[in-house]
Design a protein around this ligand. Structure first.
Ligand code: DUC
Ligand code: ZN
Ligand code: ZN
Length: 458
């Protein structure tokens, strides 16, 4: 089966060109002009941009947080992703305490196989260090899982600095990538206990118990340990001006690092925690939403190229039945926001149409840089001969409004309710198959595990 997309503008992180794209099977066969093939289906995409399928480098599509399950699962979350242009996710696989990484991988494979509508791989979480961990990390790399996640906050997930250092050495040995949730867990625990003791139980105390400096301290500690270990690392969901400054300083001193932020830190702010009727709970996530000043600094970082990637940290819980678990205690509000569906439209609208970022940078932030950082490139992240034909046909003239009522995410609210969007995915191809049109699913459960190989260092 051959398809030729004609008249569109192909965009990569370093330029745009009007090119026809020939798709054969799962791959891009040719780019150019004047293709003449009577057996091919020709699709006129004049006026549209052709983006490489977007990659969400940070999702929790299906998770039990210890108290409750996310409202989405892989079936629903991946539909929401692919229908709006995200053709690959890297989901956070988190083992139960005492389980091996292999056991965790089997659990995540069971969640995804035959269910996912987008392609996927995992960041494997390392929540405890033991003598066999280095071998388990090698085993993950042999199985195509080449990136890892650790935590500096959350008592059930975090490890000591010593264990972070040891894990870094093991990850370095295989050439893998590490991301860490950077917040100072000890001090957060103290602040939470102080507030609760004083009877301060409302959502407003969530951000106050997780101030900016506790993120910046953890980012600084993380980068210090990484520098000692000699490992290039990723800072996940960076949310503050102070953390950005710490990371930029480390970079200026020659350290190799990557910075990820999320749409919620660019577009929402901490005033939302003051909403009446407990509605502030909708925005409880960690790190919390920050101030307008932080937002501005992050946009500057995005525009300047200091921020490498934008991912969602999608992790959703219903407001009516789940967020209310924290009605009398903000620490019991399940943390996380829906987002895997809305990232392309939000960042295109708020970034590209306002001139804050170019189209090329948009592609870098949402696709190409993520593919390169996480060993998916050039199979993913670019439209070139031999790459997977994951193609987003983007209509820049489309207009919409984000609403919980019409969203595909399986959640009873949207954090971006009422946001007016410009531009949308008109058609989405996943490895050559047309899987979605105008935000509607045509063919589900076509996703597969994408085996990752760490490139040899030159
Ligand atoms: N914070 C995380 O670190 N993970 C999932 C959701 C959240 O809010
Ligand atoms: Zn996190
Ligand atoms: Zn996360």
């Amino acid at each position: 089966m051959k398809t030729i997309l004609t008249g569109g503008t192909v965009v990569s992180s370093h330029g745009r060109r009007q090119l026809d794209v020939v798709v054969e099977g799962e791959k891009i066969k040719a780019l150019g002009h004047g293709f003449d093939d009577k057996d091919a289906q020709v699709v006129d995409v004049t006026g549209c941009y052709l983006f490489p399928g977007f990659i969400d480098g940070h999702t929790h599509l299906e998770l039990n947080n210890g108290a409750t399950d996310t409202s989405d699962n892989f079936t629903t979350g991946s539909i929401a992703a692919v229908c709006k242009g995200t053709t690959t996710v890297i989901d956070m696989a988190t083992p139960e305490r005492g389980h091996t990484l292999k056991e965790c991988l089997a659990v995540w494979d069971k969640m995804t196989e035959g269910k996912s509508s987008c392609d996927y791989n995992y960041h494997m979480s390392l929540i405890e260090f033991n003598e066999s961990l280095a071998e388990e990390i090698r085993e993950m790399a042999r199985r195509g899982v080449t990136s890892f996640k650790m935590y500096m906050a959350y008592d059930n997930l975090r490890t000591s600095d010593r264990d972070i250092y040891r894990a870094m050495l093991a990850i370095k040995e295989v050439g893998g990538m590490l991301g860490i949730h950077c917040e100072n867990g000890d001090i957060i625990n103290e602040l939470q206990a102080e507030f609760l003791k004083e009877g301060k139980t409302a959502p407003r105390y969530h951000p106050l118990s997780r101030p900016n400096i506790l993120e910046a301290e953890a980012v600084n500690r993380y980068l210090t340990i990484a520098r000692q270990a000699g490992l290039a690392v990723n800072i996940v969901h960076l949310s503050t001006k102070e953390s950005l400054e710490v990371a930029k300083r480390a970079r200026e001193a020659g350290q190799e690092l990557f910075i990820e932020t999320c749409p919620q830190y660019l577009l929402l702010d901490d005033h939302l925690y003051d909403l009446a009727n407990f509605e502030g709970a909708k925005y409880v996530c960690a790190p919390p939403l920050r101030s307008l000043e932080d937002q501005q600094a992050l946009w500057q970082g995005v525009s300047d190229g200091d921020v490498d990637t934008i991912a969602t940290d999608h992790c959703d819980f219903n407001f009516q039945t789940q967020k209310v678990m924290g009605k009398d205690d903000f620490t019991k509000i399940p943390g996380g926001l829906p987002g895997v569906e809305t990232r392309p439209e939000l960042i295109y609208t708020a970034g590209v149409t306002t001139g804050k970022i170019t189209l090329e940078r948009f592609v870098g932030l949402l696709s190409e840089n993520i593919a390169k950082q996480f060993h998916l490139y050039p199979q993913k992240g670019v439209l070139q001969v031999g790459s997977d034909a994951d193609i987003v046909v983007w209509d820049p003239e489309a207009r919409g409004v984000i609403q919980a009522e019409t969203q595909l995410q399986n959640c009873d609210y949207s954090a971006f309710e009422g946001f007016e969007t410009k531009g949308a995915a008109k058609a989405v191809y996943l490895r050559g198959k047309l899987v979605s049109e105008n935000g509607e699913l045509l063919k589900g459960q076509q996703g597969k595990f994408i085996f990752r190989r760490i490139p040899e260092k030159k």
